[in-house]
Ligand binder design. Sequence first.
Ligand code: NDP
Length: 405
Amino acid sequence: MHKTVIIGAGGVGNVVAHKCAQDAATFGEIWLASRTLEKCDAIAADIKAATGVTIQTAKLDADNVAEVVAFLKEVKPTLLLNIALPYQDLTLMDACLEAGVHYLDTANYEPQDTAKFEYKWQWAYQEKFKAAGLTAILGSGFDPGVTNAYCAYALKHYFEEIENVDILDANAGDHGLPFATNFNPEINLREITANGRYWENGEWKETKPLEIGLDYPFPDEHVGTKKIYLLYHEELESLAQNLPGLKRIRFWMTFSDNYIKHLTVLKNIGMTSIEPIDYEGKQIIPIQFLKAILPDPASLGPLTKGKTCIGCLITGKLKGTGEPATKFIYNVCDHEECYAEVKSQAISYTAGVPAMIGGRQMLSGDWLKPGVWNVEQLDPDGFMADCNEWGLPWQVIDAEPLQVG
Ligand code: NDP
């Protein structure tokens, strides 16, 4: 029987733990370990009530490699699902190498003191994982994750070559609060307040934060037309490298005018800064203080109504005919349905279910390939079939390319 360790008992970790427990035949003995034991125990109690499955819990500091190694050597899991924060990626990869455990995460490494995320630190582990005969899957959430699988699937089944990709992420949900972020506020705000960036004709082009925005009519009537803004998002880095013949790739996310208004004020007054300041003789980091006063994303679950729609608008030459075509592959998720199933809103749900599905591909052996891989480098078929089976059904429609300006 397999054993699976999940690290991180936040909004996304809650979903991963629920979904793994729903498929305990695959994941075997399930452990949920995090910095705060009470959060693990509360999730374990919910899972017991919802599924009848008992999961084990533990208090663990994922920044401490020796502590994690000792824990892994005692539990002896097959697989570690890293659902803590991007800051813990390298320590957990080191611990997996030392303890002989396969690794999967949902977000690429980001040093805590620099608002910069990129894959180079984790890609540098390629030879170490190969030599150890272990697999590390990077970015198996929704975006990155499912979006990468959509591109791989489109390349395998629809297009002989992909020219342009626009990843579109809409949250048409409403929690009724004046301002809150849908996942970890620190990670979320660092991403949105950074410069925008996209890849075109072999080079990166930079924009000011949220400089380019336009209205886009999403195909789901409950989402409708929403304003999308160009952002830099981590899957652009790996997809630009791994999709042969690609000419351009961009990422877009919806924000309401109200969200932008609050964000602008917070940024203008310095509350989103990661530079430490002196407050009454104590050093504090404004964005961490802001996180402490903003609503906990996990608390949004019971409040949020509406839907998300995330997908890839892909233009390329069709297999067989070579004719140019554009297709939109996407998922629609309902916040209230997600909450009814696993007590989390759709943002955590759409990030957590793919981590469980990625884990299923690894435990089935399909994605076990020694080394460090992004999702588009692996066979998408089993993953895409599991998306339909485990809560993230997808559709493909013919569409028009995105017109900017
Ligand atoms: P939360 O802040 O809600 O949860 C993070 C959890 O990790 C918390 O329970 C926290 O513990 C725990 N944690 C943090 N540091 C440590 C540590 N040193 N040791 C042990 N546990 C630790 O974040 P989310 O659940 O919203 O996000 C989790 C991950 O998912 C992030 O990496 C995020 O970037 C990623 N994500 C990916 C998406 C995708 O589509 N690919 C989308 C959304 C999120 P405590 O509560 O005690 O502080």
